[in-house]
Design a protein around this ligand. Structure first.
Ligand code: UD1
Length: 425
């Protein structure tokens, strides 16, 4: 996906220089909600998801579920899904294009219907994003997959059967797809080198509450005993660790304070270390996290993105804004995605001094950024531009906010309540 169809052109406008102060309840995790919605396909009866964020990516997942014949009802942040009426097993190209992570529906549709036809998701704004690991893992469970005319034709002629699967890389999506496919397969699946992200634990937590038998989620080895029947349940989506990190970065670069509610600090450990390195003081208590920024941030020194429990690639862009205004030089190494520095050029338009060479970005902190028109090119990079706009002197216009709407619920309202000058035209 080279660019996103943003529909009516909109722009977020910020006027920087107002320190953020106040408290905010963090939204439910987007990256957890999407696989949970796919998982609802495996269950009889109704699934009720609470703390389900109102985001364009979640709307896209709901459109897919409805297209498959499921009944979905949203009341505020509660989404009910009943897949008893599922009557199709294909996702057309337009829907796959809308959201690259719709590939997570593959394992669930195949498990539920015995076949699935999905348009090939292709690349996206973060780089090529292949799905070879998803496909080879599903093949190990007995799936037959043909790739023709830009489509994936998948069947399980003898049903899906438990197997040993070793992922070559701990891919989050491939781990989720495999768990979804194995939960109702015949026999036991042992998955090694699984992704350990908290969203995987959330998926397994939901499925186990539906009756599944999944052990080890959140660790490298996940054991899934397949069961024929799962039953829908009521479940609360975990807090969004990346949204939390983004709001913390916004408070930090404006020299403010923020009290975040509905946070799981243990999901944020490497991010919290980076904040402490910049001189922010942090106080954790239960599900609350308080941050106070120093007058001038210190550099972050080294950030190396890694699979969980390493520093998350999704927090790289917001934290880079802190480095951009820090008092010294920081070095970032992006190890997960090929094209994840698109925000760096835009930050330079705001006066940052960032040099990118392949995986490495060298950031020389400047005392102040100055407002300019910039363009969001992907979700987290877009949120970083808003963060930078809050710190920049004068007016910043952020084009293509549709990217940001994919992952941040009520972003402008939340920031305005914290004292930011931000609006959308
Ligand atoms: C998920 C998150 C995304 C996050 C990423 C890494 C969702 C909806 N998205 O994306 O926000 O940035 O994890 O934490 O949860 N790869 C392959 N072959 C594959 C699959 C992946 O080579 O079959 C590569 C990717 O190109 C990438 C790396 O593995 O370089 C990590 O990808 P993966 O962990 O699969 O990320 P996603 O699940 O797509």
């Amino acid at each position: 996906m080279a660019s996103m169809d943003t529909g009516r052109p909109e722009t977020i406008v910020t006027r920087g220089g107002y320190p953020l102060h106040g408290e905010l309840t963090v939204q439910g995790a987007k990256n957890s909600t999407l696989p949970l919605l796919a998982a609802a396909l495996l269950c009889r009866g109704e699934t009720v998801l609470h703390n389900c964020p109102q985001l364009s990516d979640v709307d896209a997942a709901v459109r897919i579920l409805r297209r498959l014949g499921c009944r979905c009802v949203r009341r505020g942040n509660t989404l009910s899904v009943c897949a008893d009426t599922m009557c199709r097993c294909d996702i057309p190209h337009a829907m796959m294009r809308e959201m690259r992570s719709s590939i997570v529906f593959l394992g669930a549709i195949l498990a539920r219907a015995g076949e699935a036809v999905l348009s090939f998701p292709g690349g996206c704004e973060l780089g090529p994003r292949p799905i070879d690991l998803h496909l080879s893992a599903l093949r190990r469970l007995g799936a037959e997959i043909r790739e023709e005319h830009g489509c994936l034709f998948c069947t399980a002629p003898k049903g899906l059967r438990g197997s040993h699967v070793a992922l070559a890389f701990p891919s989050v999506g491939a781990t989720e797809n495999l768990i979804l496919a194995a939960a109702t397969a015949e026999g036991t699946t042992i998955l090694t080198n699984a992704a350990r992200e908290p969203e995987i634990e959330d998926l397994a937590g939901y499925l186990n509450q539906c009756g599944a038998r999944i052990r080890g989620a959140g660790e490298s080895c996940v054991i899934i005993e397949g069961l024929p029947t799962l039953t829908g349940t009521e479940y609360t989506v975990m807090p969004d660790r990346i949204a939390a990190a983004t709001y913390m970065a916004a408070a930090a670069v404006t020299g403010g304070t923020i009290l975040l509610k509905n946070v799981n600090s243990s999901h944020l450990l490497p991010v919290l270390s980076a904040f402490e390195e910049t001189g922010c003081s942090l106080l954790q208590s239960g599900t609350e996290l308080f941050l106070r920024a120093p007058e001038r941030l210190l550099p972050v020194r080294h950030v190396r993105t890694m699979p969980y429990p390493g520093f998350p690639t999704d927090a790289q862009a917001p934290v880079m804004v802190m480095a951009a205004v820090g008092n010294g030089t920081s070095i970032f190494v992006e190890n997960i995605f090929e094209s994840r520095y698109k925000h760096a050029g835009e930050l330079n338009r705001l006066g940052a001094k960032i040099k990118v060479e392949g995986k490495v970005a060298v950031i020389e902190g400047v005392p102040a950024l100055s407002g300019a028109p910039v363009s969001a090119q992907e979700l987290r990079g877009g949120a970083a531009l808003v963060t930078a706009g809050l710190a920049a002197q004068g007016e910043t216009q952020i084009l293509n906010p549709a990217y940001i709407d994919r992952g941040y619920e009520h972003l402008e309202e939340n920031l305005r309540r914290l004292g930011a000058e931000i609006y959308r035209i």
